[in-house]
Design a protein around this ligand. Structure first.
Ligand code: PLP
Length: 388
């Protein structure tokens, strides 16, 4: 059967391929250590589970509005105004099946074939695939571990053409843990003012997961004048340990959000109705549970970073947020896929090759595991490096 050109060009997720290989080896009885997880190793806080369970009991089991429960849209709009300096009404919010669907919907309604998407690399691996699915070209802005993966704004400006349509910003970043500082975001805003054809989407899904002393800044708060072309994507998966619930949102200019709602109404309809009640409970509660998990990630992030820093010839940029480290292992002369395959086959350690994130010199290790698992992983990595 001939596949559509769209489907034929779609790359399956490399992260899932590594996870599947690790599972297969485990099933064969091998002792596998995985630092490949992209999700918190915590349970969703009890009060959120309870709110959803009660909703289920009360019969909140029917179709709802495609755009999301009005109360939840309102709570999200208030949260964006209060915490992110983004003054939006609930009509500018769409509740989606995770941050991923928010991005999918946005790219579909904003991009046409031939449009260009400006994407800083290393990037979260879904962005380029979603851009290409919408027919757009991806223009990569490269960066290096040796420069701390900082955004080179001159290089970004040089990439801009009349076809540039959308800049993707992700802070804190998956996979590098880079947190954009206030001055950097102000410089991005100044650049965008010079190029009115370029919209921007800020993926803030890791906003709560910060290293000590770091602050999350939202571009929306720093540049309210860009409101007519600024989008925010966020969700509950990382901050509230709700990955399986599939709850995210898109916010931005009303006419684009309206188009995204129409798309969602014809594709997936509303997000699971009783799950939305869990998200509402999460937003109505204080952030204590989120902060507690964030503190735990912070300790483990530091622990992983310190361990990596002890390995010679590994270049480590201390991550300031999210729950990954993205060291440069290119000194060992292997591409990242070969490195990861050999590491898994020889030491039973699963990590994700950097090529999946647009940087073949690096590998991604997650600290969303116990400290003992981090130590086990570091030992296996050390043993592997000694063989190279
Ligand atoms: N954005 C980034 C940077 C991510 O790392 C992820 C998940 O890994 C998402 C968005 C999407 O999360 P979800 O669709 O689970 O809400």
């Amino acid at each position: 059967m001939k596949l559509s050109a769209r489907a034929a060009s779609l790359q399956p997720s490399l992260t899932l391929a590594i996870a599947a290989r690790a599972k297969q080896l485990q099933a064969e009885g091998q002792n596998i250590c995985s630092l490949s997880a992209g999700e918190p190793n915590f349970d969703t806080p009890a009060f959120i589970r309870q709110a959803a369970a009660e909703a289920l009991e009360q019969g909140v089991t029917r179709y709802g509005p495609a755009a999301g429960d009005p109360e939840l849209r309102q709570a999200i709009a208030e949260k964006l105004s209060r915490c992110n300096g983004m003054a939006v009404g609930s009509d500018q919010v769409l509740v989606t099946n995770g941050g991923k669907q928010a991005l999918y919907n946005l790219f579909q309604v904003l991009l046409d074939p031939g449009d260009e998407v400006l994407l800083p690399a290393p990037y979260w691996l879904t962005y380029p695939e979603l851009a290409r699915l919408a027919g757009a070209e991806v223009c990569l802005l490269t960066s290096n571990a040796s420069d701390g993966f900082r955004l080179d704004l001159e290089a970004l400006e040089a990439l801009i053409t009349p076809k540039s349509r959308l800049l993707v910003l992700n802070t804190p970043s998956n996979p590098t843990g880079l947190v954009l500082q206030r001055e950097e975001l102000e410089a991005v805003a100044a650049l965008l003012r010079r190029h009115p054809q370029v919209a921007v989407v800020c993926d803030e899904i890791y906003e709560h997961l910060l290293a000590d002393g770091q602050t999350h800044h939202s571009l929306a708060a720093l540049a309210p004048d860009l409101a007519d072309r600024l989008f925010v994507v966020n969700g509950f998966a990382k901050g509230w340990a709700m990955t399986g619930w599939r709850l995210g949102y898109l916010a931005g200019p009303a006419e684009v959000v309206k188009a995204a709602i129409a798309l969602q109404s014809q594709s997936t309809s509303n997000v699971c109705s009783f799950a939305q009640r869990g998200a509402l409970a999460a937003l109505h509660a204080p952030l204590d549970c989120v902060q507690e998990m964030a503190r735990s990630f912070s300790q483990r992030r530091s622990h992983l970073t310190a361990g990596l820093q002890q390995l010679s010839d590994v270049v480590v940029v201390p991550p300031n947020g999210a729950f990954y480290a993205f060291p440069d292992i290119s000194a060992f002369g292997l591409d990242s896929m070969t490195f990861c395959q050999q590491l898994l086959d020889q030491q039973g350690l699963a990590v994700v090759p950097g090529v999946a994130f647009g940087d073949d010199r690096c590998i991604r290790l997650s600290c969303a595991v116990t400290t003992a698992t981090i130590d086990d992983g570091l030992n296996r990595l050390k043993s592997f490096l000694q063989t190279l």
